[in-house]
Write a protein that binds this ligand. Structure first.
Ligand code: CP
Ligand code: NVA
Length: 321
């Protein structure tokens, strides 16, 4: 029988939930990355680490990566995940969100939730005594940004002084990348069409963290200017889940922001290409870029698994709940 691996007492996050990057200290992020590295290098050591733990997965929106990595993450560590399809009715429509929280806390050890409104995950966390993990809201995608910077740390080592460029919509992924970059001391240049900038309060929040860590957050409208000197160029879909009705209009507005081989050349000969996926090939990035040797999109996707396994271990095994 494989012995159950237990974390050290000091391997504890300062938070009970993962709702927003703003709540994580740089030490929390360091802990997550260190454990992700161990989990990735030696998955066999963790096969019973979450034995007897159950996780509820509430999804109001579709998912490939997030759902599979949380389910595989749990089962590969001896736990179990229960998928709750909330695409219809949405969370809170059949019964109050606080009642969902109070029921689930009696049966399972943690909740992962992908919702439209960010307040829905906050409400779950407010009323559940068990950890709640944000699996993407209209505002933020913290699991994604953590996996992305973990991937960059594998490729580049030290993230202090690193420069990322984000080109496209100032959306949930952009918000999470900005705040995580600032916490880690990495700089980010964001290029969006006028009117599609990231939310002002998130920009201010990221800038405040950047002042502490010594990094820089800059907004641009010109993608060529934004990518100059970047070590990686990141893009995401032009119409996020829930904005499909505006996809046609957005396709016209965002056309000059497509990541092409020319834009990658403007970044520099060794700049890497990143995307959270799913990609709309030929829209926000060309096939040539997505399939090029510079592309690390599938490394990012793989690392969702390792980083979330680390998060689950820290929150479900060593959590403060
Ligand atoms: N990147 C990401 O969160 O993918 P899914 O929407 O497939 O989960
Ligand atoms: N911005 C995208 C990310 C998908 C992972 C969306 O919210 O649909």
């Amino acid at each position: 029988m494989t012995p159950v691996l237990t974390l050290e007492k000091q391997e504890t996050l300062s938070v009970q939930d993962l709702l927003a990057e703003r709540d994580l200290t740089p030490r929390d992020i360091e802990l997550i990355f260190q454990l992700a590295e161990r989990v990735k290098a030696s998955p066999g050591s963790f096969v019973q680490a979450l034995a007897g733990k159950q996780l509820a997965l509430i999804f109001e929106k579709p998912s490939l990566r997030t759902r599979v990595t949380f389910e595989v993450g749990m089962t590969s560590m001896g736990g179990y995940a229960i998928y709750l399809d909330h695409t219809k009715p949405r969370l809170g429509e059949r019964e109050a969100i606080k009642d969902v929280a109070r029921n689930l806390e009696r049966w399972v050890h943690g909740i992962v939730a992908r919702t439209y409104s960010h307040t829905s995950v906050e409400e779950l966390a407010e009323h559940a005594s068990i950890p709640v993990i944000n699996a993407l809201t209209d505002l933020l995608h913290p699991c994604q940004a953590l996996a992305d910077f973990f991937t960059l740390s594998e490729k580049f080592g030290q993230l202090k002084g690193f420069r990322l460029a984000y080109v496209g919509d100032g959306n949930n992924v952009c918000h999470s990348l900005m705040v995580t970059a600032a916490k880690l001391g990495a700089s980010i240049h964001v290029a969006t069409p006028p009117g599609f900038e990231p939310k002002a309060e998130i920009v201010e929040e990221a800038k405040a963290f950047a002042r502490k860590s010594g990094s820089k957050i800059h907004l641009f409208n010109d993608p060529v200017e934004a990518v100059a000197g970047a070590q990686a160029v990141y893009t995401d879909v032009w119409a996020s889940m829930g904005q499909e009705y505006a996809a046609h209009l957005r396709a016209q507005v965002f056309a000059p922001y497509r990541v092409t081989e020319e834009l990658m050349e403007a970044a520099g000969p060794s700049a890497m290409f990143m995307h959270c996926l799913p990609a709309h090939r030929g829209q926000e990035a060309t096939d040539a870029v997505i399939d090029s040797p510079r592309s690390i999109v599938f490394d990012q996707a793989e690392n969702r698994l390792h980083v979330q396994k680390a998060l689950l271990l820290l929150l479900l095994q060593n959590g403060t709940a």
